[in-house]
Write a protein that binds this ligand. Structure first.
Ligand code: GTP
Length: 400
């Protein structure tokens, strides 16, 4: 057709994402995705959320936070919601309805009960963002919304966990990881990074590029299963942090991880004592901060009979903090997060997802694509403490 011709309108079967269709999509089916936003004190969580709450993006997002803090000055209508069962009761939560259609909810306790109250307004939003405090460990919070029986029978009918986003301070992030002491041995900033599906290196305007490169390399070795973006004031296309489906089979591991090389951990207590170590004599790829590191193992197509053995290996490591073949007195292994995708001979594809001691190995119906790293080699990624060479050897022997 000539450029000057009047175009003819044709019927399209591509759905348009209008406000109405969003509402009906949420109302009809489907569970509302929930994203956990974590990050150490002052990393920029509230700044990122404030941006989301004020920008015109067309989504109705409910944000749950411990207090309104910085967002209190946003022009909004305050609505109090009390439970229909106790209409007279003093509402424990306060809601702000914002001009762009977002809903902001301040709660004292990020618990199931509070979110149930929020869900009374189901249909009024398309996505939930849950901001944790700077010292929160997102692991138990993620487990609350995933693989939790009570949740599955209740709120799980309305909500599903979409992903964990961790905001890291580009200037102080490294220092926070090194100095973050915790009574149980793993500091909160490391737990947050380990548990994340997406990591935002925020305040990138304040860090010199080489420092930013170093931090990114370090963070990507601590958590090779996460996608990392650099941001200033949390500025990022919402598609990269919302609707990422990190707990579904489609995007288990970022492309870089699937394409990348394996990194082994080498134990050296004197190195971890001093903080991090990324110039280890034995392995230039070794990165470890306060004992936390990652282990990636390639996984060729496996015999069906291996499935049960893999399940047993993972169960023993996650639940008993040891390798199945460990002699007594071996140092413990503590896994914070694991992910993986692999194939069995004959074609079936399996996905591994794990948060702390909860894990799931499920087969997926979709035809594996290059995006998933398959066909080709699968990959298993473990993030945690005590991931020494013997752990790699044990897993590699199993997968042979
Ligand atoms: N220059 C610069 N400043 C930023 C950026 N992001 C946040 N800030 C500032 O950093 C300070 C802390 O940001 P917040 O958003 O309050 O951080 P937070 O993670 O919510 O902090 P807590 O709630 O205390 O854990 C504020 O003064 C922000 O204005 C950024 O990308 N660049």
């Amino acid at each position: 057709m000539d450029d000057d011709d009047i175009p003819t309108l044709v019927e399209s079967d591509v759905p348009l994402l209008t406000e109405d269709s969003q509402t009906s999509a949420v109302a009809e089916h489907k569970t509302v995705p929930l994203t956990i936003i974590c990050g150490f004190l002052g990393a920029g969580k509230s700044t990122s959320i404030k941006r989301i709450l004020t920008e015109r993006h067309g989504y109705r997002i409910a944000v749950i936070m411990n207090d309104f803090g910085d967002t209190a000055d946003i022009e909004a209508k305050t609505i109090n919601v009390s439970s229909p069962d106790e209409p007279e009761s003093e509402p424990a939560e306060e809601f702000l309805e914002l001009a762009n259609g977002c809903l902001c909810c301040s709660i004292k306790d990020i618990g199931i009960a509070s979110i149930e109250k929020l869900m009374q307004r189901k249909g009024a939003f398309d996505h939930i963002l849950l901001e944790t405090t700077g010292l929160a460990d997102p692991g138990p919070i993620a487990s609350m919304f995933w693989q939790n029986e009570e949740f599955a029978q209740g709120l799980g009918k309305d909500i599903h966990l979409d992903g964990v986003v961790c905001v890291v301070d580009a200037v102080f992030g490294k220092k926070q990881m090194e100095e973050d002491h915790a009574s149980n041995g793993i500091g909160e900033s490391l737990r947050q990074i380990a548990c994340a599906d997406v990591i935002l290196l925020n305040k990138s305007d304040l860090a010199p590029p080489p420092e930013l490169d170093n931090l990114q390399e370090l963070v990507s070795h601590i958590n090779p299963a996460a996608t990392i973006y650099r941001t200033t004031r949390g500025e990022i296309d919402l598609r990269y942090i919302m609707g990422i489906d990190a707990y579904s089979a489609r995007r288990v591991l970022p492309k870089e991880t699937l394409a990348g090389h394996s990194h082994a951990s080498h134990p050296d207590s004197s190195c971890s004592e001093a903080g991090h170590d990324h110039t280890h004599e034995r392995d230039p790829h070794h990165y470890e901060i306060r004992g936390i590191s990652s282990l990636q193992v390639s996984c060729p197509p496996l015999k069906q009979s291996k499935l049960q053995q893999i399940d047993e290996w993972i169960r023993t490591v996650l639940w008993e903090n040891r390798l199945p073949d460990d002699p007594q007195g071996s140092p413990p292994v503590q896994i914070l997060r694991c992910k993986g995708i692999f194939r069995v001979e004959g074609g079936e594809t399996y996905v591994l997802q794990g948060v702390r001691s909860l894990y799931e190995i499920s087969s997926i119906q979709e035809t594996p694509s290059a995006d998933m790293g398959l066909p080709g080699e699968g990959k298993l990624v473990f993030i945690g403490k005590g991931l020494e060479d013997r752990v790699r050897r044990s897993l590699e022997t199993l997968l042979q």
